[in-house]
Design a binder for this molecule. Structure first.
Ligand code: ADP
Ligand code: DP6
Ligand code: CO
Length: 327
């Protein structure tokens, strides 16, 4: 039995989205992407390899996953298993699972950390980023805190993230509206593949991302909030246009998503700078400046109830914790 290892990783929200793979086996994306890691949403995962086990035992939030449900985790563990040993994996999501709040990002970043340490490896953060990518693309960026960019690359070696600004000395916040925390019908993986395969707009998306990345890097470097906001909002809408233009068409928006987007527009018209983005789910995230938080959270609480409004700030990169006693 190897010593147990525990890691914590936070979710990230993409400002310039990853939406499509160039290579599904190696998990190489069609484009680079850029995100902000958040302090309020994270996953804690403990891994222990044990030669006495005859299969992986995966527990998520106190539920033992069936072999089918833990397929992604098993395939991920195959990448680091010492002497073919199976593992006990215990994971807790402090984020709704599969609801478009990037549970797969924190989950596979934490699993990369815990599984590699349990296997006796001492990987650099770049190596952890590369490993995490094999579990979920967005996890590539969650190894790092603050703003991070995942370079698409051309092969396993070159497709990794790097930090752009880990300390984020800038009074910004992300207000997450948890409008529906249930599991989505179309996973990110299915949704992006369908977009790549069937949206006639996909070639244009690749140009959009190249343009947005080039423009958002200096906006972040110079703390140009308006410029950053305009880019992240338009990038998100253009990503969602790929789902609406797929065959068959689909959307991650629900009615409340549209209400929230309109409310942001109204706030902006009344002079409060804030901008929205959505990942693969109905839950809207607002980028704002901390000085405007009281006004924005009040507006959103009036619409959706204060229990559905979560204020997040820039979060840290991967952390290694001491393992729970029962391991
Ligand atoms: P999300 O928007 O939450 O990232 P995805 O469709 O990208 O949704 O990913 C959800 C997938 O991630 C599901 O297959 C789910 O089982 C897996 N997942 C989420 N959290 C964990 C975890 N802590 N450990 C292992 N797998 C997880
Ligand atoms: C909309 O990383 O969840 O959140 O790589 O198939 O696991 P897989 O997909 P995932 O997709 C994330 C899509 C997104 C945009 C982003 O995070 O960049
Ligand atoms: Co995901």
């Amino acid at each position: 039995m190897t010593p147990a290892a525990t890691a914590r990783a936070h979710t990230n929200i993409a400002l310039v989205k990853y939406w499509g793979k160039a290579d599904t086996t190696q998990m190489l994306p069609q484009t680079s992407s850029l995100s902000l890691t958040l302090d309020q949403f994270y996953t804690d995962t403990t891994v222990q390899f044990d030669s006495a086990l005859t299969a992986d035992e995966v527990t998520l939030n106190d539920d033992r996953l069936s072999p089918q449900a833990s397929g992604k985790v098993q395939r991920f563990l195959d990448l680091v298993r010492p002497d073919g040993q199976f593992a006990r994996v215990q994971s807790t999501n402090h984020v709704p699972t599969a609801a478009g709040l990037a549970s797969s990002a924190s989950a596979f970043a934490a699993l990369a950390g815990a599984a590699s340490r349990a296997a006796g490896l001492d990987l650099t953060r770049t190596e952890l980023s590369r490993l995490a990518r094999h579990g979920s693309g967005s996890a590539t960026r969650s190894i790092f805190g603050g703003f991070a960019e995942w370079t698409a690359g051309t092969d396993d070696q070159s497709s990794v993230a790097h930090p752009i600004d880990e300390t984020v000395d800038w009074p910004i916040a992300v207000v997450a509206l948890v409008l529906n925390a249930h599991q989505k019908k179309v996973s990110s993986r299915q949704g992006m593949q369908s977009s790549v395969d069937t949206s006639p707009f996909y070639p244009a998306w690749k140009d959009v991302v190249a343009h947005d990345l080039a423009a958002i890097r200096p906006a972040i470097a110079t703390h140009d909030f308006q410029q950053m906001g305009e880019i992240l909002e338009s990038n998100a809408m253009r990503m969602h246009a790929l789902t609406l233009s797929a065959n068959p068409p689909f959307t991650y928006f629900n009615g409340d998503s549209l209400v929230a987007m309109q409310a942001v527009q109204d706030l902006r018209d009344a002079g409060t700078a804030c901008y929205y983005t959505l990942d693969a789910g109905p839950n809207v995230k607002l980028f704002c400046q901390t000085k405007d938080l009281p006004k924005i959270t009040q507006t959103m609480a009036d619409l959706f109830g204060s229990e559905h409004v979560i204020v997040a700030h820039p979060g840290p990169g991967i952390q290694f914790l001491s393992s729970p006693a029962k391991f």
